[in-house]
Design a protein around this ligand. Structure first.
Ligand code: 9D3
Length: 244
């Protein structure tokens, strides 16, 4: 899968793409990431990418011509990519969106800066607008990295079988159960006895109940979209859960 990232900070991506799972996926040829320097598509002496907003007001707006120039050049290549604008106004990027995007051969991610991009880019060039959450970032670059990372780990071969993304939290719609490793007693704190019991059915049930309890406590809205068994529902009701 190919990700093109249109940005005024192409160097931003070097270190995150040079470590860990993404680094190996790129090295193995499963993922290709190309930061595209927006300034290469400016035509003035100062390589200007932003300008003042019509109508007045604070801050600067990204000019349309360099972005349109970059997208025109990129879309000459085969296969064409879906153009995604990272923006605080976008659809919330969730695991479900990552799964949809993992089916594409190519994504072109456009990182905004300043107060935003000229609306005509959104209207005529952008296929999908994504936000990574309700907090203010300095620009789309950190969000673009989140998209590249979350989508890449869903591609066949990127994770080993042992780490398969099918077992990730969120793939079953619940928060993950607590994990422990050695030592079995750390200071005054022992590992829950059930995990040392060797009783795999009991361990599985304990983990499921922990997932359900944590999800009810911290993210109860997730329960409505999670596939729950009859015994899950019984357990949750015992904790006072009332499904709508
Ligand atoms: C003053 C109004 N602000 C909108 C909330 C302006 C503004 C703030 C920050 C406009 C752009 C930005 C830069 N942020 C992004 O480009 C961005 C973002 C984010 O800030 N939060 C969550 N997801 C994303 S994706 C791109």
């Amino acid at each position: 899968m190919l990700f093109d990232i249109v940005t005024i900070f192409p160097e931003f991506f070097a270190s995150p793409l040079g470590e860990g799972v993404l680094h190996r996926a790129i090295g193995g040829g499963l993922v290709k990431v190309r930061p595209v320097d927006l300034r290469e598509y400016t035509t003035d002496r100062h390589r200007t990418t932003d300008d003042r907003p019509y109508g007045g007001g604070e801050g600067m707006v990204m000019k349309p011509e360099p972005i349109a120039g970059a997208l025109t050049a990129l879309q000459q290549e085969v296969p064409p990519g879906r153009v995604i604008l990272l923006s605080p106004r976008g659809r919330l990027f969730r695991q479900e969106v990552a799964r949809e995007l993992a089916a594409e051969p190519r994504l072109i991610l456009v990182c905004g800066r300043y107060e935003g991009v000229d609306e005509r880019i959104r209207e005529h060039w952008v296929d999908l607008e994504l936000s990574v959450g309700d907090y203010v970032l300095s620009g789309g670059e950190v969000a673009a990295l989140a998209v590249v990372d979350a989508v890449s780990r869903l591609l066949p071969g990127v994770l080993g079988c042992a780490a398969s993304s099918a077992r990730d939290s969120f793939s079953d719609g619940l928060l993950e159960h607590p994990q422990y490793t050695r030592p079995s007693v750390f200071g005054p704190w022992p590992v829950p006895e059930v995990l040392l019991s060797g009783d795999h059915a009991r361990i599985a049930r304990w983990r499921r109940e922990q997932s359900l309890r944590l999800t009810l406590e911290r993210r109860p809205e997730l329960l409505a979209g999670a596939p729950l068994t009859g015994s899950d529902v019984a357990y949750l009701r015992g904790l006072g859960w009332e499904a709508e």
